[in-house]
Design a protein around this ligand. Sequence first.
Ligand code: ATP
Length: 348
Amino acid sequence: MRHRTPTLPPAAANTTTEDAMGPLIEAHQLHKTFGEITAVDGISLTVQRGEVLGFLGPNGAGKSTTMKMITGFLEPDSGWATICGHNIHEAPKLAKSMLGYVPEGAPSYSEMTTRAFLGFIAEIRGFRGEEIKKRICDAAEKTGLEPVLDQTIETLSKGYKRRVGVAQAILHDPPVLVMDEPTDGLDPNQKHHVRELIKAMAADKAIIISTHILEEVEAVCSRAVVINRGAIVADGTAEDLLRRIRHHGAVSIRVPTDRSDAALRLLMDAKFVAGVETLGSANGHLHIRALPRGAGLDPADVAALLHAQHIPIDELYIERGRLDDVFRQITTSDDQKRKTKGEGAANA
Ligand code: ATP
């Protein structure tokens, strides 16, 4: 088992306000092992105000463990995390007052009604009297919990339980939100509702959400971090990630099968095409993909090339690729690299 010297955290800030200049969330070289399992292996990241960071990764990648360390629910073996400049372990009260955390699963206190539970959280957050009622109303309205305010949490559907988790996190309107799969278990309408809520809150907060739903990244996240086996393997916008796909920006066309040989030859010889693939034929047409060379491929150039030889084009579009493909490509090639390295080491 590996032993590490705990890294010294940055000096606790001596202000009780948010640090407007620095990142609202910062994690530095977080490590966590459970016995023989290395759950998190040196994760560093920063999230600025206005950013929604999507945390992606296959099952067991270390997303929840990282979030628990950032929010102070789990102590790292080494490394540190700050919320608005306050170290979560050195100044937990201050850091947590600026943080809302939606843990995975349902809230505890299942025998309480939604109203009583939110009231209890509001009290812990330091609100009193009328302010508690106001906070409950506001959070319930934002998360659509009004119909179930007087129902006990144990009797709520999975989607409503999840929304109670979101409501307790936003009750004090914190500048930082960390949400572990906030839309898990919600139906499509509820998912849309929670995503809209996250987008509406995003401008003046720093938000991390973990998700398995890649469309969610495009819908709400300004940036995505992919983690695999406890380490960051990609960091960028959804568009940055899509660019990693080989056929991102390729031009797809369908041409009549009896002209497809001529079309393939033309495309293969074109200086702006790096390669040509056939993707199958149907209804008398062949589906062809032309891969871009260099900066990109203009579909107008492809159309002009074929039209000059009187080859009709049935359909033409630019391929963006799918985040699912990027995700699979990144996480499986990373696994493959580690495997090869391991084999190399074993053979050495
Ligand atoms: P999922 O997408 O399935 O929720 P995740 O990316 O959130 O996965 P973690 O829950 O952080 O992954 O788990 C990372 C690794 O650490 C896994 O191998 C998991 O089994 C292990 N692990 C997490 N918590 C504990 C614990 N309390 N005791 C032992 N092992 C743990």
